[in-house]
Design a protein around this ligand. Sequence first.
Ligand code: BMP
Length: 260
Amino acid sequence: ASYSQKTYAQRGKEHAHPLVKELFAIMERKQSNLSLAADVSTKAELLALADTVGPYICVLKTHIDVVSDFDADLVERLQELAAKHDFLIFEDRKFADIGNTVKLQYGGGIYRIADWAHITNCHVIPGEGIIQGLAEVGKPKGRGLLLLAEMSSAGMLATGAYTDKNVEMAIANDFVIGFIGSRRFTEERDLITMTPGVGLHASGDALGQQYRTPTKIITENGSDIIIVGRGIYGPGKDAAAEAQRYREAGWTAYLNRLGP
Ligand code: BMP
C-alpha cells in the first residue's frame, strides 16, 4: 500500500528516523496534522501565540529572524512550550548557500538554529553539498531536514526536473526527512510532505501567496501536514478557535484519505 494509505501511527512504528517516529507519535497523540506558521514580530507575541495554539499543533514553524527582540531566552521559552504542549519546532530558514557556509549559518551566528530547531529546510540550488554541510551539524544532534521541492507562491520556479532532483537527493540522504511541497512525492521511502499555502477561506494575498484547502492537500494530494499562518492568527481572528478548526479540518481530511 502507498504510505498515504497507512495511518500515521503505523508509519511511525515502521520509520527508521527517531525524529520522524516522534513526529508521527505526536500527531497520533494529539490527532493533529496541523503546523502553525507563527510569523509575528516580537518575542512576547510569539510566546503568547505558541502557548495559545500549542495544544492543537504537531509542529510550530518559526521565522526566528523576524523577531525584533530575539534573545537566547526566547529559544529557552519556546523549548519549554514545546515540552508543555508536545510539539516539535521547525525553523523555516530556507538555507541556500554552499555546504561550508550553511554549516556556519545553521550551527552558529546569533540564532544557533541547530541547537533548538528539530527541523529546518533548504533549497538544493547549490547542489547536494548543501545537504552534506547541514547534515554535518544537524545529524549528530538528531535533527531532520526538509527540501523545498515546490513552493506555494504564484510563478514559483521549482517545477519539473528541479522538483525531481529534490526527490532524488532526498532519497539518497538519510538526514533528509521530507519536503515542503503540495503532494506526496515518492514511495521509495517514507519521506513526509509539509504543505504551506493552506487556507479554508482566503484564496491568496497581494504578494503571490496561493491557498489550497486541507481536503485538496491531504485527502487528494497525499501530503502529511498542513502549515497555516494568517488563517489562524490574522486580524480579528480568535487564534485558539481557528487552530481548532484547522486541526479538525486537517484530521478529517486525513481520515477520509485512509478510507473505510
Ligand atoms: P500564511 O499561511 O500566513 O500564508 O503563511 C505561510 C507560511 O509558510 C509563511 O511562513 C511562509 O514563509 C511559508 N511558506 C510558504 O508560504 N510557501 C512556501 O512555498 C514555503 C514556505 O515556507
